[in-house]
Structure formats: structure tokens, C-alpha cells
Design a protein around this ligand. Structure first.
Ligand SMILES: [Zn+2]
Length: 275
């Protein structure tokens, strides 16, 4: 699965005490694709080595480490990237494409079989390339009025619009389906066709779903592509109401959950609860 906001926030909370105030003493890049977002890929090693992480932030599915040299250490997990915090002496799993060791001898690793993830270390100007991101869905959720303005006239399905990181940063396929279920809105409805009450319900559904996801440590599906930095599985899978439950019964009304493809992505919904 693709790590979404709750998974990335879970990782941030684990990483924060490990990296904050720590100097990065050794940085390794083991796959050229991992540093593709830097104009000069060698900059990742040069700029991060010796720098102290002052703060670790998140926006949408991105992690931003603010460094004492004015640069920002950007990490995105892509499709199936995983962060592990371990001893530098621990055996390296396959696909460990990036590793950084702190002055307290913790090693932060990016394990990324499909190499869609990346690590970048950028100047404030270069950082602008990554800021096509809309407001964070968890910490900076727009008011309903503002969401209504963004959706007005849009013919794309609401599900696809919720996945558009320029509109709202953080939701992916799993949590967008769960939010739509809680709001009682079908994923296929054109965004512009939602009335104000539906938009308000949608907005009200976002925080409880994301909070519950963060509280459970995110969602680890059976493939365990996502796990916490200490290797534990996230526990939200058992709480999903529609995602991945095609053919099962809705926990609220008993109707059989349906699957429909929206914008190329599998979407799950209850035909009774969601109109
Ligand atoms: Zn139902």
C-alpha cells in the first residue's frame, strides 16, 4: 500500500526523538533513483553530512527535516518505501537505498523496493519545487466554505479530487474511501455536484478518520509494505469500514460493500449509506 498521512505522521512521531538535535555523521545513498529530485544528487550526502536536524515536520505525505545549515531534508516514501530506525550494525534488508547515522549511533534507513520514494536535501529556493502541496488535511484543514469553493464546477469524481494533493495534502486511496463512507457520499459523485451540507459532512469526517488512523499507528495491509520504524505493524486495518471489504457487509446497515474503479483506483463504498 501507499503510505498516507496517518502512516507518515506515525513515522514522524517515531523519528522525531531520534533525529531532533542530532548531527548526521554518515550518509549513504545506494540507489541513483533515490536522489533523483536533487539537481546534483551528490548534494544529498554533502549537505546532510555534519548537519544537525532542528525540527521534523510533515505536510501531506512528505517529511521535512529542518537543518541547522538552512537546508531542508525532504523524504517521500512513494509507493512502498519504509523507514527503519536501527543500529548501524544491524543486518541491512534488501533495497536499503539510503542510510543516515546520527551522532548517537542510530541509523535511519529508507527501504524502497520499487524506488518511487526519494530523499532530497534542498535550499529554500529549491524547496519551492515541492510546495505544489495544498493545505495539510490534518493540521491545516480548510473550512467548508473554502472546500466548497475548490469543488465548485469540478466534474471529476469526488474521490479523485480528494486524492489531488494540490487541493488537500495527505489523503490516499484508503483514507479517502473511509472519509467518503463516514460522510455518506459516493466516490463517483462529481465534486461540483456536492451540496454544502455534504461538503460540511465530508470536512467533518476527515479529522476523526485521520486521528483514528494515527492513533492506531496507520494501516498495515497483509503485504506489510508499510510498518512502523521499529518494525511493528500499524493496527488500523481492523477498523476499516469499506476499504478492501468488497463483498463483506456494511457494519452499519448490513448492505454488501461494492467496489468501483474511479480514476484508475479501486474504490469501496456502501450503496445504502453512501448516496
Ligand atoms: Zn451501509
Amino acid at each position: 500500500m501507499v503510505p498516507e498521512l496517518p502512516e507518515v505522521e506515525t513515522i514522524r512521531r517515531h523519528l522525531e526523538p531520534v533525529v531532533t538535535g542530532r548531527r548526521m555523521v554518515r550518509v549513504e545513498v545506494n540507489h541513483p533513483r533515490t536522489t533523483r529530485r536533487n539537481i546534483h544528487p551528490q548534494d544529498v550526502v554533502d549537505r546532510l553530512t555534519g548537519a544537525v536536524v532542528e525540527e521534523l515536520r510533515r505536510r501531506g505525505k512528505f517529511l521535512f527535516g529542518l537543518l541547522d545549515n538552512g537546508m531542508t531534508w525532504v523524504t517521500h516514501l512513494g509507493m512502498s518505501g519504509r523507514i527503519s530506525v536501527t543500529s548501524p550494525l544491524a543486518a541491512r534488508p534488501k533495497h536499503t537505498h539510503f542510510a543516515a547515522e546520527t551522532d548517537r549511533e542510530d541509523e535511519i534507513r529508507l527501504i524502497d523496493p520499487r524506488t518511487f520514494g526519494f530523499v532530497a536535501v534542498v535550499t529554500p529556493d529549491e524547496l519551492a519545487t515541492f510546495t505544489g502541496l495544498g493545505p495539510d488535511a490534518f493540521t491545516d484543514l480548510p473550512r467548508s466554505r473554502s472546500l466548497a469553493n475548490s469543488l465548485a464546477g469540478r466534474t471529476a469524481p469526488i474521490k479523485s479530487l480528494l486524492l489531488d494533493q494540490r487541493l488537500l495534502a495527505g489523503l490516499g486511496n484508503i483514507y479517502a474511501d473511509e472519509v467518503l463512507n463516514r460522510a455518506g457520499v459516493r466516490p463517483t459523485r462529481p465534486g461540483g455536484a456536492l451540496n454544502y451540507e455534504e461538503i460540511a459532512r465530508l470536512r467533518r469526517a476527515i479529522k476523526p478518520i485521520l486521528s483514528a488512523g494515527v492513533a492506531a499507528g496507520g494501516t498495515s495491509l497483509d503485504d506489510l509494505a508499510y510498518s512502523l520504524p521499529d518494525g511493528e505493524a500499524g493496527g488500523y486495518l481492523q477498523r476499516l469500514r469499506v476499504y478492501g471489504r468488497e463483498g463483506d457487509h456494511c457494519r452499519r446497515c448490513g448492505t454488501v460493500i461494492k467496489r468501483v474503479v474511479v480514476g484508475g483506483r479501486s474504490s469501496f463504498y456502501c450503496p445504502t449509506c453512501q448516496t
